[in-house]
Write a protein that binds this ligand. Structure first.
Ligand SMILES: [Ca+2]
Length: 353
């Protein structure tokens, strides 16, 4: 890990060695760790879930839909559609709230939201709303875990559900082994104004997942936890675009594995995801998922991780929703990963028969 200066490394080593090197899940046990995934059904969440198909380290016990992000709660059952397309049994599914009291009108462009209704044309018919409450589902799944066991949470949308969980059931902290969160833009500009210059031209510093529900993000990222938290902002994924080469590579693998076939089919039906040079898409969620699964990417000497105290701007100013590293703290912020290693690992996963 390349962390600023040697002095800082030594200081951090002395201060919190477990946050730097300890894996959030037990590596000695042979049984898979339990995993809970919270997603908003953006197209890139689909690649992330597909990347999990062949791994055996985690057993997904629940997937919950955070409805304050891209996809609409009306079709949260589309999560079942993803698992069905991948030929995987669907875990328990739930839906969260879709309303953010402080910022009721903030949302992704509506046409983007509606394109999730039929999973970017992967489904002929939208699958409707799942009425199981996300927070209750996560808590009940956590409670089912045997004593001494805990689940890893992978959060790939706004942090509404996770914040609600920790607020309503603070004792859930004891049943969580670690959290991997996609969100924020720490040393780079955000993507809100970039993606939606008509509605949000002033929000250059904010990334969508935090911008859509800053208070929930502050509740999760701004507080101390008993488990390690990894935050994967736009900084590292900015070097990991979807492009024609990526499309071609998925195309080559599509007749070999069903996970590659699903991603290839999605990209084929939506060329704007890989060939729109005015609105480039990146492996935000897939990177977060792969960092969780793949110790070698996390510990690559070229991977840069900074231990930060994170502050979230919950005001209504033009920096609303900005996530900042305001000092040394317990959140492991991934600033950089080597692209070559990422892409190699990505296509290794998708090539696994
Ligand atoms: Ca997402």
């Amino acid at each position: 890990m390349k962390v600023l200066t040697e002095a800082v490394v030594l200081f951090l080593l002395g201060l919190m060695p477990f946050h730097i090197f300890a894996s959030p899940f037990p590596t000695t046990t042979k049984s898979p760790s339990s995993l809970i995934i919270d997603i908003d059904l953006d197209f890139e969440d689909i690649t992330a879930i597909a990347s999990l198909k062949k791994q055996q380290q985690f057993s997904t016990i629940a997937v919950t839909m955070v409805c304050t992000g891209l996809g609409r709660c009306e079709n949260s059952n589309n999560i079942k559609g993803i698992y069905s397309l991948l030929g995987m049994p669907a875990p328990a599914i739930g839906s969260g709230r879709s309303f953010v009291p402080k910022f009721p009108s903030r949302q992704f462009p509506l046409d983007w939201r509606h394109s999730a209704d039929n999973l970017y044309n992967l489904l002929e018919t939208p699958m409707g709303k799942n009425e199981i409450d996300a927070v209750e589902l996560i808590w009940s799944e956590l409670q089912k875990l045997p004593d001494g066991q805990a689940a890893v949470i992978l959060a790939l949308g706004p942090l509404t559900n996770i914040s609600d969980l920790l607020e309503k059931y603070p004792q859930a902290e004891e049943k969580i082994a670690g959290m991997y969160i996609m969100g924020g833009a720490i040393t780079v500009t955000g993507n809100v104004a970039y993606d939606d210059p008509n509605d949000y031209p002033e929000y250059h510093l904010s990334e969508w997942n935090i911008f859509l529900d800053p208070e929930s993000a502050a509740n999760v990222l701004g507080k101390a936890h008993n488990f390690p938290v990894y935050l994967v902002p736009l900084d590292p994924s900015n070097s990991l675009p979807y492009n024609k080469a990526v499309f071609d590579q998925f195309g080559e693998l599509a007749n070999k594995t069903s996970s590659a076939a699903v991603v290839y089919s999605m990209l084929k039906k939506n060329p704007q995801f890989y060939n729109d040079t005015n609105n480039i898409k990146y492996f935000w969620n897939t990177l977060t998922t792969m960092l969780m699964m793949n110790e070698s990417l996390l510990t690559d000497p070229e991977t840069v991780i900074k231990q930060c105290q994170i502050a979230i701007d919950t005001s209504e100013s033009s920096s609303s929703g900005q996530a900042s590293c305001v000092g040394e703290g317990a959140v492991n912020v991934v600033i950089q990963v080597p692209p070559k290693h990422f892409y190699q690992q990505l296509f290794d996963f998708f090539a696994q028969p």
